[in-house]
Design a protein around this ligand. Structure first.
Ligand SMILES: Nc1ncnc2c1ncn2[C@@H]1O[C@H](COP(=O)(O)OP(=O)(O)OP(=O)(O)O)[C@@H](O)[C@H]1O
Length: 245
């Protein structure tokens, strides 16, 4: 996909409909550049979650083309999608923690899946739990955690393996403003290490907290680009991640 150039994700005239209903996303075209920080905003029902589902490959578009990591996704065989998904960290609105695993084991999961040994896992997971203020809840199962605590475990799990893309749906919806800023700082720290971050939120106050961020706005399934920044690669120096084969 030479037209994707330096992009990490490219949508060309993408449309999405569920079943036979009207399109919930129409004529969506944009390019995400590696190492940038994007907010996806829009009113409830505008299509933010649907757009994120396309980005984390839970949904295929009903029309248009998507390329990711330089590959055309439409022509990829279904069996190759897990390899793409492993490169994407996801924070879901409903957390989706594994109920029979402790907070520690939920956060450790991506590292275990990647084949890291048990001794190597201990410190990064403990550090991450400390960062999100949950060291004391390390052994707790999700059902015994508050909504905000579950959200922090979900975020820790999404970022622990330093994904190339982080996709987060209302990641600060269940925490107080102080913790919301702290979690944003975690995303920014990951972003500075080279991860492309996409955060969907309807909280306009959040946008101002990340000065370098680019804003995409959805309105009834149509994308607008209020700052114009999406049309051009960002100017700041973006750290390069190693590209996986
Ligand atoms: N699985 C589905 N089947 C049918 N329609 C759906 C499905 N998921 C979402 N929709 C519809 O698609 C539209 C966009 O929904 P979506 O959840 O993407 O919006 P959103 O901007 O994330 O909203 P919110 O901020 O409330 O989460 C809505 O009209 C919704 O009813």
């Amino acid at each position: 996909m030479s037209e994707a150039g330096d992009s990490i994700v490219q949508f060309d005239n993408v449309g999405l409909r569920y079943g036979t209903d009207r399109e919930v996303l129409s004529d969506i075209s944009f390019t995400l550049y590696p190492g940038s920080f994007y907010f996806l905003t829009g009113a409830s029902g505008a299509g933010k979650t649907s757009m994120l589902k396309l980005l984390y490959l839970a949904q295929r578009p009903t029309r248009g083309a998507i390329s990711m990591f330089g590959h055309d996704l439409i022509t990829q065989p279904r069996k190759s999608l897990p390899n793409f998904r492993r490169r994407i960290g996801t924070v879901f609105q409903d957390f989706r923690l594994i109920t029979h695993l402790s907070a520690f084991d939920n956060v450790a999961l991506p590292l275990r899946i990647s084949g890291m040994g048990e001794t190597e896992i201990q410190k990064p997971v403990a550090d991450m739990l400390e960062w999100v203020g949950l060291s004391h809840r390390s052994h707790a199962r999700p059902a015994t955690l508050s909504g905000g605590e579950q959200q922090r475990v979900a975020i820790a799990r999404a970022v622990i393996a330093r994904p190339e893309i982080l996709v987060a749906d209302e990641p600060t919806g269940n925490v107080d403003p102080e913790m919301a800023v702290k979690l944003l700082r975690l995303f920014e720290a990951l972003n500075r290490l080279g991860t492309t971050v996409v955060v969907a939120t309807h909280d306009v106050h959040l946008l101002r907290k990340v000065p370098d961020s680019l804003i995409m706005r959805l309105d009834k399934g149509k994308l607008s680009d209020p700052t114009g920044a999406l049309r051009y690669p960002p100017k700041r120096d973006i750290p390069r991640r190693e590209v996986q084969p």
